[in-house]
Design a protein around this ligand. Structure first.
Ligand code: ADP
Length: 304
């Protein structure tokens, strides 16, 4: 049976470490880091995500505030609000919960956030720096996957990895860190040989690449895509997918991309859903917020 990679436990360790670091930071005379979450519209899942982020922030000693807007606001109005937060000396991290309404250009909204305060790592400058292996703010889910692999002692150097999904916010940044040279500036490189699969990868090819992989990371949102016959015995399987489904009894539950009950019999290590990558994302967002506070250190007024 595979080892279960307990994301909840690792995330708690990270938050506990951050809590101590933030206490020390405050003792040094800096104000507590602060995070401002903006949510537009009434998507229930988005509201739950933001609520969890705010709770995690409070746990770590980060001041968190949520600003809620109706979906009817204009893009211009939102951009003005972001500008105000960019200029505020008491806001370190800004998070715009995606998706924004269809009336808005998501890329324009992401680029409006100051790259120093962009705790989601979605600003074009942060994405560019990640692609160049420079120190930057990395999207929280991708960073969570990397941190989980590292803290679980899974070897990646020279190993074969498959990333299923090529989204710019999840699959791509994961693949970038997995293949990058560890010696480069970011220090996040994992030196693996990486294959990226996506919706146009023929099923036979997907199976072939997975069967040869030491590490599989799936981020598609397709329940049951990764089956036991695709797993090399002993491989590590990281499930980034989170899909809400209704079971036969009419109950809703969260499931990942991986056929967990079967894969667990073959794999060497596997993440559960829920309780795997999800909590890691939230923990790494807190990490990014503290990093943003440190980025803005010069601007931060010391309270003596
Ligand atoms: P996220 O932002 O969580 O990564 P997206 O919905 O943006 O999710 O992306 C889903 C990804 O899954 C896309 O890159 C898509 O190409 C990939 N994908 C969809 N169907 C398949 C499939 N059958 N096999 C492999 N990859 C797939």
């Amino acid at each position: 049976m595979a080892k279960i990679l307990d994301g909840k436990k690792i995330a708690k360790d990270i938050k506990d470490e951050l809590k101590i670091q933030i206490q020390e930071w405050v003792k040094e005379g800096y104000r507590a880091p602060s995070l401002c979450c903006i949510i537009v519209g009434d998507d229930p899942a988005s509201h739950t995500y933001v609520k969890n982020k705010v709770l995690a922030a409070q746990y770590c000693g980060i001041n968190a505030e949520t600003i809620k807007f109706e979906s009817t606001i204009t893009e211009e109005f939102l951009l003005d609000k972001i500008k105000e937060l960019n200029e505020s000396d008491i806001v370190d991290g800004i998070l715009i919960q995606l998706p924004v309404p269809d009336t808005m250009d998501e890329r324009k909204v992401c680029n409006a956030v100051s790259p120093h305060k962009d705790v989601d790592g979605f600003h074009i400058v942060n994405v560019g720096q990640l692609c160049l292996d420079m120190k930057t703010i990395v999207p929280a889910t991708a960073l969570g996957v990397v941190e989980m692999i590292k803290r679980s002692g899974i070897e990646t150097h020279g190993r074969k990895a498959v990333v299923i999904g090529r989204s710019k916010n999840v699959g791509m940044p994961i693949a970038i860190m997995l293949h990058t040279d560890k010696k480069h500036e970011s220090g996040l490189g994992m030196d693996a040989t990486v294959t990226i699969c996506h919706r146009y990868t023929p099923k036979n090819d997907l199976e072939f690449f997975c069967q040869n992989a030491d590490i599989i990371i799936s981020a598609t949102g397709i329940p049951g895509l990764v089956k036991a016959n695709m797993i090399k015995p002993g491989a590590t399987v990281i499930d980034v997918g989170i899909t809400r489904i209704t079971d036969a009894e009419g109950k809703t539950k969260l499931v990942g991309d991986v056929d967990y009950d079967e894969v667990i019999k073959i794999a060497g290590a596997v993440t559960p859903v829920p309780g795997g990558v999800g909590p890691m994302t939230v923990a790494m967002l807190m990490h990014n917020t503290f990093q943003a506070a440190k980025n803005l250190r010069e601007k931060t007024v010391k309270i003596s």
